[in-house]
Write a protein that binds this ligand. Structure first.
Ligand code: NAP
Ligand code: ZN
Length: 353
């Protein structure tokens, strides 16, 4: 099997360090991709540090990374959509059963038999587990490889593969329309994509942040107003006014204050996955028949739709390009909400190890 350089965590406290992994030989339906850029999602940090041990324990060694853009190096004999030299992208999914109701509805992430995620899923090809994009190459079934629209910067496009689709999918599912009032909670990787996408859909976007130094950026990215969520006086005027609120926060926080801000029949959707449960006051939902929901990434068809939407609107992520040797520092900054607004690893830096 081909050997690839990578960065892996060997335990919840090891941090990430240089390693080598095996990639499979491409099967007839596979594409092999040399990874150029990989975004750094807060899920990578949660998993490398085993913060989801109660519901999704980490399999070590863990090679995170599911915001991948690269160049195709080899294709299997039955591959039709890619050829060597093409730019291709891979997001959070690398396999699913293709037969269950969810897969047939292009919701492969909810595959009844369990979708294979880009990292930390059992890998039937190797008998080990899947390894992600903090690596020089990846091999995937072409069904799970996506096309990046021409004109989008490949480094800035990488975060679309998770942060982009995770925010696009609920905005579409709950049918956000031009003129509706949409709240986005948290201005990190997901949050800044949510602001850009909801604004491009024509919504009136209000950003809720805990970071006073992100107010100007929030407006630049497309929010019509920015609320410092720790200040009740700034929250109060928005009571009962939102059609939809998307909560992207990665840590414990109070969601009851946001439910108060929904209109009758409004929906608050959680996409952030804090380590611990969040307490809910049921009365806040009851008065006004409000809905609290969740959403996981998006299927391959919708991910391509999102990429095409971004191509049409010229949307990419605001990124800070880092060499892979700075990954542990980047994780420490993520825990302090110090990201503007997605770290992306320049994978050429792997050559230095
Ligand atoms: P991120 O870049 O670190 O952004 C998270 C933001 O949340 C921070 O920038 C900060 O924004 C806010 N925040 C952090 N700690 C907070 C606290 N204690 N109280 C209130 N606000 C706080 O993370 P990300 O990559 O966007 O990911 C966000 C979450 O979504 C993670 O839990 C990740 O695992 C999850 N996720 C879920 C899916 C899915 O399919 N559902 C997909 C990808 C990621 P401000 O500075 O503006 O307050
Ligand atoms: Zn992610």
């Amino acid at each position: 099997m081909p050997i690839a350089k990578a960065y892996s965590a060997t335990s919840s406290t090891s941090g990430l360090h240089a390693a080598t992994i095996e990639r499979r030989e491409p099967t007839p339906t596979d594409v092999e991709i040399k990874i150029l850029y990989c975004g750094v999602c807060h899920s990578d940090l949660h998993q490398a540090r085993n913060e989801w041990k109660d519901f999704m324990p980490t399999m070590y060694p863990c090679v995170p990374g599911h915001e991948i853009v690269g160049r195709v190096t080899r294709v299997g004999s039955a591959v039709t959509r890619f050829k060597a030299g093409d730019i291709a992208a891979v997001g959070c999914l690398v396999d699913s059963c293709h037969e269950c109701e969810a897969c047939k509805s292009s919701d492969e992430m909810y595959c009844a038999k369990g979708a294979a995620f880009t990292y930390n899923s059992p890998d039937p090809y190797t008998g080990k587990h899947t390894w992600g994009g903090y690596s020089e190459s990846i091999v995937v079934n072409e069904t799970f490889a996506l096309k990046v629209p021409e004109g989008l910067d490949p480094a800035g496009a990488a975060p679309l593969l998770c942060a982009g689709i995770t925010t696009y999918s609920p905005l579409r599912h709950w049918n956000v329309q031009a003129g509706q009032k949409v709240g986005v909670v948290g201005l990190g990787g997901l949050g800044h994509m949510a602001v850009k996408l909801a604004a491009a859909m024509g919504a009136e976007v209000v950003l809720f942040t805990t970071s006073a130094n992100k107010v100007e950026d929030g407006k630049r990215l497309g929010a019509t107003s920015v609320v410092i969520s720790k200040d009740p006086e700034q929250m109060k005027p928005h009571t009962g006014s939102f059609d939809f609120i998307l909560d992207t926060v990665s840590a414990e926080h109070d969601i009851n204050g946001y439910i108060q801000l929904l209109k009758r029949n409004g929906t608050m959707c959680l996409v952030g996955v804090p380590e611990k449960p969040l307490p809910i006051m049921s009365i806040g939902l009851i008065f006004g028949r409000k809905q609290l929901a969740g959403s996981l990434i998006g299927g391959t068809a919708e991910t391509q739709e999102m990429l095409d939407f971004c191509g049409k609107h010229g949307i990419v992520s605001d990124i800070e390009l880092i060499p892979i040797q700075k990954i542990n520092e980047a994780y420490d900054r993520l825990t302090k909400s110090d990201v503007k607004y997605r770290f992306v690893i320049d994978m050429a830096s792997l050559a230095a190890d």
